[in-house]
Design a protein around this ligand. Sequence first.
Ligand code: PMP
Length: 454
Amino acid sequence: ENDLSHIVEADRAHVWHHLVQHRVFDARDPRIIVEGKGMSVWDQNGRQFLDALSGGVWTVNVGYGRESIANAVRDQLMKINYFAGSAGSIPGARFAERLISKMPGMSRVYYCNSGSEANEKAFKMVRQIAARRYGGKKHKILFRERDYHGTTITALSACGQPQRAEQYGPFTPGFVEVPHCLEYRKQWDVENYGERAADAIEEVILREGPDTVGAICLEPITAGGGVITPPEGYWQRVQEICRKYDVLLHIDEVVCGVGRTGKWFGYQNYGIEPDMVTMAKGVASGYAAIACLVTTEAVFDMFREDAADPMSYFRDISTFGGCTAGPAAALENMRIIEDEGLLENTQVMGARLMEGLQALKDKHAMVGDVRGAGLFAGAELVADRETREPLAEARVQAVIAACDAEGVLVGMTNRSLPGFNNTLCFSPALIATADDIDHILATVDGALTRVAAA
Ligand code: PMP
């Protein structure tokens, strides 16, 4: 009844996978993940792996096999599985209240199904505000080189990864790129790199005309584009620039949100006060599909002012946004993080991971730079320490394959994108123990040694 070899054949024959197939998996064994518990997953052959990626894409923050989340979803589905979002729901109201309590300064939660959709919704709000309050001005949205915001055409119009973006044009007009802030790949030779990189945003605003720019969308830490933690002074300047030119600050917390960096949200590490925040992956740790766009009351007010004229705004209603299973799972996910002290654990284990990666950098010439916050870390691999030439993709893949052979799943930033694919990624679940972190580090140490010798 459990013919897994047939399942593998069916998968190969009929499932169109989202990612370019992982070449390591392809070359060795087609892999189906059939089970998970805590930090571990098992494949169709019963092989166990320590998952240092939380589900491949930094999602399963509270770990696998959480019965209490499954029960919360089940209980909710048996009570009421669905009613269109124009009516409220108990888990929807409760989760919104809990979420807002973790986000001082924010006040309204708009439910969606994916990070891409939440970002789209934010972009659309900027356009609505421009159309109705600024007579069409302030419609432009800035995005940053190397950042990523999702799968839709407009999210890709805001994609700072050229090879990815180039395949999908023509794009939605009115999206303008600003330079990245990765000091390791310097664009300016200055002392205060963070402030300089932020000033580059002001230059773009002035070039485009401040009355045309409505918002800027930024990842708090660029994830897939290289695990880029912004340098000192960056965020403070960005905030000042946004206020100076009346530009809404939209922070994309799809990766960092809900605990990953040791704070509830990545932006809270930097004292930023955003106008809009989007989140998805970790909101319910993958137990249900849920994403949120959270805004300040001031942003909400820009829409409320026209309530006297009910036809003033085009209302696009998402069928499944805020479907009851999502907030029910998200509530229990948040309770687990609080009751098990997972933010504190993330800070302690994150520091251990970062120290260990620093030690690997001291030991291996191949490690050029290590970056991260909490249990979200990257190690940029280079062919040459002096020139900082990125390590060739095949060699990065070889490191990952060597870890895989030892039963540890680590990742890399965007596969197949030259210039973006040479950073090893680590994002273990927030329940990671010291033993888990040490085991991951020892495995990577061995893998680097073997690949360097090959
Ligand atoms: N923003 C960021 C920073 C992401 O990393 C991703 C997904 N990798 C998205 C948005 C898109 O989210 P989703 O896949 O849920 O649409």
